[in-house]
Design a protein around this ligand. Structure first.
Ligand SMILES: Cc1cc2nc3c(=O)[nH]c(=O)nc-3n(C[C@H](O)[C@H](O)[C@H](O)COP(=O)(O)OP(=O)(O)OC[C@H]3O[C@@H](n4cnc5c(N)ncnc54)[C@H](O)[C@@H]3O)c2cc1C
Length: 384
């Protein structure tokens, strides 16, 4: 029996903040490969398949940027506070899963307003115009409210525009703090969003697509195989799962795990959501709230706080922290139509605006990122 080199918790922490990697890693559970160490998992096929190589020539770098996820270890905050005459509903702290959770937590906000007997047609203010604010505003319009978004910045100038974005609630919660009650909310939010993404997917204007994603590794331990609760409850949302052993896949690692996933291209998607919101009667106002008092000074008596990391300046929330990472975009490669991630949480997403390279960990250091890319490249078919 090979000695496991990663405990389950270590594997989770190393991947914390990643986009594709956690689900890919955790997808390994229940594949049923022999545990005697005599040859590893059953392969996914008899012959190696091919994938277009990634060209990592540094001359192809078009952009690098640093951005931060709004992380709360106990998970997103969706709850109401009565502030004098105003009902303030919070919807922030989605970590690296804001796209994945967006439609789901938006529906939770709408349910809070319904339960508070907010009258039909009432004017509701949404603070924030990232993916969380936009989806919340759209769901509230659908529920019959009159909605205005107030935000310091609109797409394309939000953090949401810098996301991956693949479908998985990465770093949406510290796994060691996951309670059964929050797990249920997380799963409900993910499934609500997933259904909405599938509804929108056929319309190319939203930039949503299915793509295969690969997790490549030299290690395949029982701890990796065991996975965690979050992937376990969402696993059926990732079709075409298959484990490939050495010689049956094109990666330069012993193992490659494949599954299909939904990818959302942030800029076309958010641009389309802004257009949907305006076409359906919503208003947008550019405005900066300097304090909670400033926010509560709005005319509306029902206000939804979707300010992401900006919430830390408006409300006292010791849990809300910034989880930064650095990302590199290379020139587009239309032939690269798969995503890949490795055991270090380094990932590549193919997008129409370029090849996105990042790493899940919160350290921001250019040299570290370049080194991490080099390691991913060493595991991936590549030119350049
Ligand atoms: C590198 C990276 C990769 C990611 N990959 C994925 C992924 O693959 N899948 C996924 O689901 N998620 C991913 N995420 C996470 C996702 O991007 C975030 O969870 C999401 O963008 C948070 O959205 P938001 O609307 O809460 O915040 P934001 O996008 O930051 O929007 C906040 C809004 O509030 C406004 N605002 C803030 N403060 C104020 C104020 N005081 N006054 C007025 N307006 C204010 C801002 O101007 C903005 O309009 C990734 C994030 C990063 C950084």
């Amino acid at each position: 029996m090979p000695r496991p080199t990663l405990t389950r918790r270590e594997a989770l922490l190393r991947l914390a903040g990643g986009a594709a990697a956690p689900s890919l890693l955790l997808a390994a559970c229940d594949v049923g490969w022999p545990r005697d160490g005599g040859g590893g998992p059953a392969g996914g096929g008899d012959a190696a398949f091919t994938l277009a190589p990634i060209n990592l020539d540094p001359d192809r770098i078009t952009r690098t940027y640093v951005c931060a996820r709004p992380y709360r270890p106990s998970g997103f905050r969706v709850e109401a506070e009565r502030m004098g005459e105003t009902l303030l509903v919070h919807n922030y702290g989605h970590g690296g899963g804001g796209f994945t959770l967006s439609w789901g937590t938006a529906a939770m906000v709408a349910d809070i307003l319904r339960d508070a007997a907010v009258p039909a047609g009432a004017a509701v203010a949404v603070a924030g115009c990232g993916v969380v604010g936009l989806t919340t505003a759209l769901v509230l319009l659908e529920r019959g409210f009159s909605v205005t978004i107030h935000a310091r910045a609109l797409p394309p100038d939000t953090t949401s525009n810098l996301a991956g974005a693949s479908f998985f609630p990465s770093t949406a919660v510290d796994p060691s703090l996951l309670t059964p009650a929050f797990a249920e909310r997380l799963e409900t939010a993910c499934r609500t969003s997933h259904a909405r993404f599938l509804d929108l997917l056929p319309d190319p204007r939203y930039g949503i697509s299915w793509k295969p994603q690969y997790f490549v590794t030299d290690e395949w331990t029982p701890e990796i195989e065991a996975g965690d609760a979050i992937y376990g409850m969402l696993r059926d949302l990732y079709p075409n799962q298959e484990l490939f052993r050495e010689g049956t896949h094109p990666f330069q690692t012993r193992f490659a795990w494949r599954e299909d996933n939904i990818f959302i291209e942030p800029t076309p998607y958010l641009t389309r959501l802004v257009a949907d919101f305006r076409e359906r009667g919503g208003n947008t106002v550019v405005r900066d709230f300097e304090s909670l008092e400033d926010l509560l000074g709005l005319d509306e008596r029902w206000i939804v706080n979707c300010t992401g990391l900006g919430a830390s300046a408006l409300v006292t929330d010791p849990e809300l922290t910034s989880n930064p990472s650095q990302t590199v975009i290379l020139a587009p490669q239309p032939d690269v139509d798969y995503a890949v991630a490795d055991i270090d949480g380094v990932y590549m997403f193919p997008r129409s605006d370029g090849i996105m390279l990042g790493r899940g960990e919160g350290v921001v250091d250019t040299m570290e990122l370049l080194e991490a890319q080099r390691r991913l490249v060493a595991r991936t078919p590549v030119t350049g």
